[in-house]
Design a protein around this ligand. Structure first.
Ligand code: FAD
Length: 394
């Protein structure tokens, strides 16, 4: 009998197990993961430092992430980040951090490796037990379902990307990540390049698109990345890593997903509706689980469900924005919405990424003439149906 059993050993469960092993080593924790450790695809999880007032984690860990309990899992931090649009370039003096799957997994395994069982696909989940593909049944006081994005996740659109880690023949001159370089042809929706300078001779470049479809042509996009690298003056020696993803972003027209008690991670809707990112939420829920694991273990599934329900309500603004982005804006014009967004100050942008957009922020984001067709923008922000889009696309 285990105390707490996670089904799925991705970002959310790994962070929770990592924290639980450190805070309550006596707790019997089990993480069942369908893949083998060496089968995990390469992945990079990034986030920025947050002001205390909007930090969603109970321990305020995002005010100084490097000094926090998950600090050892951060591969690289930079003091600032940049964005580049056709009409301006801007640098934000806000620290930016990235975790890389290779070092993330070795860091997690060092502390919590004994909690993991790999190549264990779970076929049935109930409140207190799970059944494995092999027929084995395992029991726990609490079972948490952290199996990642459900296959049927509905979407108004997709944030999709292909990334290449490039080894360079000579050092580059970048000092900060470029979060969005959208001075580039607008293909397949809002399109930008994202660059993380890991070291003076190693960069990750992602070709990212806010698109109406999840499809990725990896070969073509990889070539686009190499062409971009050449345009930027990088001399590529070799490709040392590949990653890709297609994150389903919910719209205002979408029904509320069914987040059962005990769901965790993106499975429970713990991600930002407009960016698809989930590091803030994964840390927040890890801290919530650790806080209650010692004295209120059995209350955890209900607490997670309450948080998921509250989030669904409080994140409606972002789902409305997604409607506007994906239904109202012509794909080639979408960048104008983001261009205008990044004219705002760093605090508003941090609140947006933390999912803590204030009423004042909402007014600022929505005020003025929309940078896209007014009638469609207003229609899709306030309506659940896609009828204007259908009429206009007919
Ligand atoms: C390539 C990529 C890059 C991303 N970059 C960022 C980023 O920079 N910042 C950010 O905040 N977010 C990012 N995201 C979004 C989000 O943070 C990630 O998707 C994150 O990994 C979600 O965490 P999770 O634990 O909920 O699910 P996952 O990490 O997807 O973990 C789910 C796990 O469950 C396992 N599983 C599934 N079914 C079973 C089963 N039946 N039995 C046992 N195990 C099972 C899977 O194998 C998987 O390992 C990115 C996503 C992708 C795909």
């Amino acid at each position: 009998m285990f105390d707490i059993l996670f089904v799925g050993g991705g970002l959310a469960a790994s962070l929770s197990a990592y924290l639980l092993r450190q805070k309550i080593p006596s707790l019997k924790v089990l993480v069942l993961e369908a893949r083998g450790r060496s089968d995990f695809p390469k992945q990079t999880w990034s986030f920025q430092t947050l002001p205390k007032a909007i930090d969603p984690s109970p321990g305020k860990s995002f005010t100084a992430p490097s000094a926090s309990w998950f600090g050892p899992l951060i591969a690289k931090s930079w003091p600032s980040y940049d964005v580049e649009f056709p009409s301006f370039q801007k640098s934000f003096s806000v620290p930016y951090h990235s975790m890389r799957s290779e070092t993330f997994h070795s860091g997690v395994d060092e502390i919590a490796g004994s909690c993991f069982r790999f190549r264990c696909r779970v076929t049935k989940i109930s409140d207190k037990s799970v059944e494995l593909e092999s027929g084995e049944i395992l029991k726990a006081r609490v079972v948490l379902d952290s199996r990642g994005w459900p296959a049927d996740a509905g979407a108004s659109g997709y944030q999709k990307f292909v990334g290449l880690t490039l080894k360079l023949a000579r050092p580059h001159t970048l000092t900060s990540p470029i979060l969005m370089d959208c001075v580039t042809p607008q293909l397949d929706g809002y399109r930008f390049f994202y660059t993380l300078p890991w070291s003076d001779r190693e960069v990750l470049i992602e070709d990212t698109r806010y698109s109406n479809t999840p499809d990725l042509d990896q070969t073509v996009m990889e070539q686009e990345i190499l062409d971009y690298a050449t345009r930027k003056g990088f001399k590529v020696e070799s490709i040392t890593g590949r990653e890709h993803g297609s994150l389903a972003l919910p719209g205002y027209d979408q029904e509320r997903g069914d987040f059962p008690k005990g769901a965790l991670g993106v499975r429970a809707g713990f991600y930002h509706p407009t960016t698809g990112y989930s590091v803030y939420e994964a840390v927040q829920t890890a801290e919530l689980i650790a806080e209650h694991a010692l004295h209120n273990l059995e209350s955890i599934p209900k607490r997670l469900k309450d948080l998921a329900d509250e989030r669904w309500r409080s994140q409606e603004f972002y789902r409305r924005l997604n409607n506007m982005l994906f239904y109202a804006a012509e794909p080639s014009e979408r960048y104008r919405i983001l261009e205008r967004f990044y004219e705002h100050d760093a605090d508003l942008i941090a609140r947006f990424y933390a999912g803590k957009t204030s009423l004042g922020d909402k007014v600022k984001i929505m005020s003025g003439r929309p940078p896209i067709a007014m009638q469609k923008a207003i229609y899709h922000f306030f309506n659940r149906t896609q009828s204007v889009r259908e009429v206009n696309h007919a």
